[in-house]
Ligand binder design. Structure first.
Ligand code: NAD
Length: 477
């Protein structure tokens, strides 16, 4: 049983409640976590606040940065053990889990080395005045993250907040809390003072809701579904605190008739089967110009049919999905699309020796998908790709922008002018041109437009989200 990490100590839920932890690869319950709730959230927020008045709050930016860099190094020193834990907890292929741990380390290196590079400004003002702008921590920051990339999400949201000197409270997803708990221990051993990072585990509607609504927090970073994102924003509004929302996506691959297919096809397949399609930035819509639709989608289908699904140790392209509810959700999209007569162009294969008790689904490529079908508009969050033809540039842009989301997009063409035009016209927080970047990219500001959320994480811009400015006006005569 794993306890919570609050104020530098291991803490059980006050009522002793726990939650089981199952491996998606075989459904086996292999551990338990504490089922924290409002009481433990109170403790964690108080511990984070106390850290601001203690050793953590007194540190210079350089000292904080040094600790963060050391945390990054410590994560790499524990890379294999953390990757094995993450793979067991999420079911993802071990190579993907190893990459996730490297990215976690990279977030701490990146923001650690940035901690003392965030400088203020001076502003010309009236005669006899000196005006300067200080950048300060927000205070206690709350971080609620989903189960698809637990280690990466932790790094993405907590590292910049720590770099700016905030006291943090993390609520990992109930399905995948183990790497965060182990991380807290590693970070503390690397020198992070007590209370700077607190991890409260438990259910979203209990621990998560209590954290989002807590009057003692100054900021919320939420990554997850649109439904919960709305609740979190309502809670933030009640306390008048700022929130960054990283929500869902339905990201288009926009392929023109002069595409370099050799390069594009494997990247497009990977962008939807990676992490079993459970990636907010999954390239889940394949929009192809009509003249090459059949030939190009045929090539994608050929590659897609080779996708293999298996356990973390099999280390294929794709693992199981997260839990039985997620499997049922993805399977329902597949079954309903089939029942509606949408043609299946290719399917991957689940390994014959993958445990029957695991949560596996067959990756499926559909096309042509009608523009008003659920598959064309809704986030499946599974390895399901929807191919659709378009006529010309304007039609391709209209189709790309034809969902409520706007997270990522990719444009594939050898025409440089068209690349720029389409990239500018597409509604998305990131646009890739002749490449695709689901996950990773610590340096690259990231976030949504429209229903994909607001605010930016990653890159140096994230440091602005987790800090505020104070304007000092000094009359010196
Ligand atoms: P989810 O919204 O169900 O859960 C996310 C987190 O919120 C979990 O920690 C959960 O415990 C917590 N939570 C649940 N109910 C809560 C409540 N009432 N109050 C406060 N917290 C609560 O999402 P999920 O199913 O874990 O993740 C899948 C979703 O996340 C997908 O829609 C996906 O697109 C999105 N996502 C977005 C990004 C991004 O960066 N834009 C990244 C990863 C995932």
């Amino acid at each position: 049983m794993k306890q919570m990490f609050i104020g530098g100590r291991w803490v059980a839920a006050r009522d002793g409640a726990t939650l089981p932890v199952a491996s998606p690869a075989d459904g086996e319950i292999f551990d338990h976590i504490a089922r924290g709730a409002a009481h433990e959230v109170d403790l964690a927020v108080a511990a984070a606040r106390a850290s601001l008045d203690g050793a953590w709050g007194r540190m210079t930016a350089t000292e904080r940065g040094r600790i963060l860099v050391r945390i990054g190094e410590a994560v790499l020193a524990h890379e294999e053990a953390l990757a094995q834990l993450e793979a067991r907890d999420t079911g993802k292929p071990i190579t993907t889990a190893r990459n996730d741990i490297k990215v976690l380390a990279r977030y701490f290196e990146f923001y650690g080395s940035a901690a003392d590079k965030v400088h203020g400004q001076t502003i010309p003002f009236l005669g006899g005045h000196q005006v300067s702008l200080l950048r300060e921590p927000l205070g206690v920051t709350a971080h609620i993250i989903p189960w698809n990339y637990p280690a990466q999400m932790l790094g993405r949201t907590v590292a910049p907040a720590l770099a700016m000197g905030n006291g943090t409270v993390l609520k990992p997803a109930e399905d995948t809390s183990l790497s965060a708990l182990r991380f807290a221990e590693i970070a503390t051993a690397a020198g992070l003072p007590e209370g700077a990072l607190n991890v409260v585990t438990g259910l979203g509607e209990e621990a998560g809701a209590a954290l989002a609504a807590h009057p003692g927090i100054d900021f919320i970073s939420f990554t997850g579904s649109n439904e919960v994102g709305t609740l979190v924003q309502q809670a933030a509004a009640r306390n008048a605190v700022k929130c960054v929302l990283e929500l869902g996506g339905k990201s288009p691959q926009i392929v023109f008739d002069d595409v370099d297919a050799e390069r594009a096809v494997p990247i497009i397949v990977r962008a939807i089967v990676q992490n079993a399609g459970q990636t907010c930035t999954a390239g889940s819509r394949l929009l192809v110009q009509r003249g090459i639709y059949d030939s190009f989608v045929g090539r994608v289908a050929e590659a897609f049919a080779k996708v293999r699904v298996g356990t973390p140790a099999m280390d294929f392209d794709c693992g199981p999905v997260m839990n039985p509810a997620q499997r049922a959700r993805v399977q329902r999209y597949i079954d309903e699309a089939r029942a509606a007569g949408i043609p299946v162009l290719a399917e991957g294969t689940v390994a014959a020796d993958a445990p029957r008790t695991g949560y596996y689904v067959r990756p499926t490529l559909f096309g042509p998908v009608p523009r008003d079908a659920a598959l064309a508009r809704e986030e499946v969050f599974g390895p399901v790709l929807a191919a659709m033809p378009f006529d010309d540039e304007a039609d391709g842009i209209g189709l790309a922008n034809g969902t409520d989301y706007g997270l990522l997009a990719a444009v594939w063409t050898e025409n440089a002018g068209r690349l720029q035009r389409v990239a500018k016209a597409v509604k998305a927080g990131q646009v890739f041109m002749n490449c695709y970047g689901a996950g990773g990219g610590v340096e690259l500001p990231f976030g949504g437009t429209r229903r994909s959320g607001h605010g930016r994480e990653k890159g140096l811009l994230a440091l602005e989200e987790v800090s505020s400015t104070k304007t000092l006006v000094h009359y010196h005569g």
